[in-house]
Design a protein around this ligand. Structure first.
Ligand code: ASP
Ligand code: MG
Length: 416
């Protein structure tokens, strides 16, 4: 909801759904770029804002949305009641800025539904069980609020409205021929969310999988069906009932440019060295993604170890390793932030040979050099130069037959 006009559009949509005979609970995110603007305001008044106060500030964005939306619904003649995360029973731990939901006690929401009202809940926030302070769930956390509330209320579906028509086989801004994926499993969605597809918050998908709650990702600008995120069993049922087509081998391609590559040069090639490196990083709470160790040079008995981590923690990683330079006896550290991770995801990989061969053939055809490789059962990821990422995604999208005939519609704005 970017402005008054979109608030009214959303209100109409909610009222239509309610009048079609559904019980509706709404979770809102902040309007437009409100959250970013609040963050900037905090930085202007304080170099290092206290986490408790930052959360209090940021949650106000969603509180503006909830009250304004409730008013717009009242204007259409329905009874809407807004609730903060705390009032809605979103109980979290006390990790400000990245709180985890530990319980949902939506008594007031159930009362409102029973009274025929439409509850409007502020997303992305809760209240800490121990400290009773207001917390936030991390950027994009409104999705998680919605799924957690839907699960606690035993809703039949959680509809997540965004600015595109659903989950696409690639970012439509990068690949105009990207196609909407009508059905996708939780597992595939988790892999895609983890490797840079920004449609859904990773934790919301984990939550939905845990409670087997169907998610429907769709656009508030159109009445079209979007993407259903379901269990493999639910998709099999949809196929047998003729509601879904046979699932493709590959569901999507994504690129993530938020990782950096660090190389530890000249590590003595003997037992315990890798352990020392990754222990130092773990102690500094650095999340490692890919790891590669070169063959050691026989003449020196030394090897190079490279790994990727989020760009944001690369400085901390270098410091943690630097502190162990003499203990580990490595020769040098090299930071490279001009890398991207390009990934192909599809549950069909499990049972179809040749996916890796086609993957590397497509990259070779586009003249793209691969620096690191990692795989899971349903994903292949490589590290490339950041400048090659876009071409890599396009080449893979075409090679795996994912290109659609028309162009995907992006309705504009970030809308998150
Ligand atoms: N408003 C919060 C954010 O911008 C939460 C959300 O959008 O889901 O991160
Ligand atoms: Mg927001």
């Amino acid at each position: 909801m970017a402005d008054a006009a979109s608030v009214k559009r959303v209100a109409r949509r909610i009222v239509e759904t309610k009048r079609a005979g559904h019980d509706v609970v709404v979770v809102v995110s902040a309007m437009g770029d409100t959250t970013d603007e609040l963050l900037e305001l905090a930085e202007q008044v304080c170099e290092n804002p206290p986490a408790r106060e930052l959360d209090m500030l940021l949650t106000s964005g969603e509180r503006i949305s909830m009250a304004v939306l409730a008013m717009a619904i009242a204007d259409l003649g329905e009874d809407a009641r807004s609730y903060t995360g705390s009032q809605a029973g979103l109980i979290t731990d006390a990790a400000h800025g990245a709180a985890k939901i530990i319980d949902v006690t939506p008594g007031r929401i159930q009362e409102a539904i029973a009274a025929g009202a439409i509850p409007i809940v502020a997303g992305f926030q809760g209240v800490a069980q121990d400290t009773k302070d207001i917390t936030t769930l991390g950027r994009g956390g409104s999705d998680t609020t919605a799924v957690a509330l839907a699960a606690a209320l035993k809703a039949s579906v959680c509809e997540i409205f965004t600015d595109v028509d659903g989950v696409f086989s690639a970012d439509p801004r990068v690949v105009p021929a990207a196609r909407k994926v009508p059905f996708i499993t939780y597992e595939e969605m988790l892999e895609l969310a983890a490797v840079g597809a920004k449609v859904l918050h990773l934790r919301c998908v984990e939550y939905a999988r845990r409670f087997d709650l169907p998610i429907h990702v769709r656009s508030s600008f159109s009445q079209l069906d979007g993407t259903f995120v379901l269990s493999p069993e639910a998709i099999a049922t949809a196929i047998s009932e003729g509601k879904a087509m046979e699932q493709p081998i590959i569901s999507g391609v994504a690129a993530d440019v938020n990782d950096a590559k660090i190389t530890v040069v000249g590590v003595p090639d003997k037992p315990g060295e890798a352990a020392a490196i990754f222990r130092a990083l773990a102690d500094a709470s650095i999340n490692i993604d890919m790891i590669v160790q070169n063959i050691s040079a026989a003449t020196t008995g030394r090897t190079d170890v490279s790994f990727t981590c989020p760009v944001g923690s690369s400085k901390k990683a270098l410091e943690a390793l630097e502190a162990k330079r003499s203990a580990i006896a490595f020769e040098d550290l090299i930071l490279d932030d001009q890398v991207a991770k390009v990934s192909l995801v599809g549950a069909g990989m499990r049972s179809h040979p040749g996916v890796s061969a086609d993957f590397f053939t497509a990259l070779a055809g586009a003249g793209i050099n691969v620096e690191m490789i990692s795989t899971s059962e349903i994903r292949i990821s490589v590290v490339t130069r950041v400048d090659d990422a876009k071409r890599a995604v396009q080449a893979l999208h075409t090679a795996f037959g994912l290109d659609a005939d028309g162009e995907a519609v992006v309705y504009g704005g970030t809308g998150r």
